[in-house]
Unconditional design. Structure first.
Length: 108
């Protein structure tokens, strides 16, 4: 699957395998092996390919788009990794709940 995607994207840009190889930093033989399914690119190469072609790594890997359970615009302060502070003091849990409720109401 990934080999076909690489080939299709390369051809859309009207590039040769050797041109893509130079950009990605591998040999033309490596590109051929990927496109024919004889080898799989390393994760770093997949990331470089995705960046160059402007696609996601999931697209290159042939993964279907997953539906997200949460609305991408939803805000839940409990999900934040960083410590939430205001004026240098940590926001108490009760206040975070109030802020979270207010944000939900603002979202409609």
């Amino acid at each position: 699957m990934i080999g076909q995607r690489i080939r299709d994207l390369r051809k859309q840009k009207k590039m040769s395998q050797s041109e893509l190889a130079k950009i990605i930093g591998v040999t033309q033989t490596t590109i051929t092996a990927w496109e024919t399914g004889k080898a799989e690119p390393a994760s770093s190469a997949v990331a470089n390919l995705a960046d160059y072609f402007g696609v996601t790594t999931d697209y290159l890997l042939g993964r279907p788009e997953e539906k997200k359970e949460k609305d991408s615009n939803s805000v839940d302060l409990a999900d934040m990794d960083a410590l939430l502070t205001y004026q240098g003091k940590q926001i108490p849990d009760q206040d975070r709940e109030l802020i979270n409720d207010l944000l939900k109401r603002l979202q409609g």
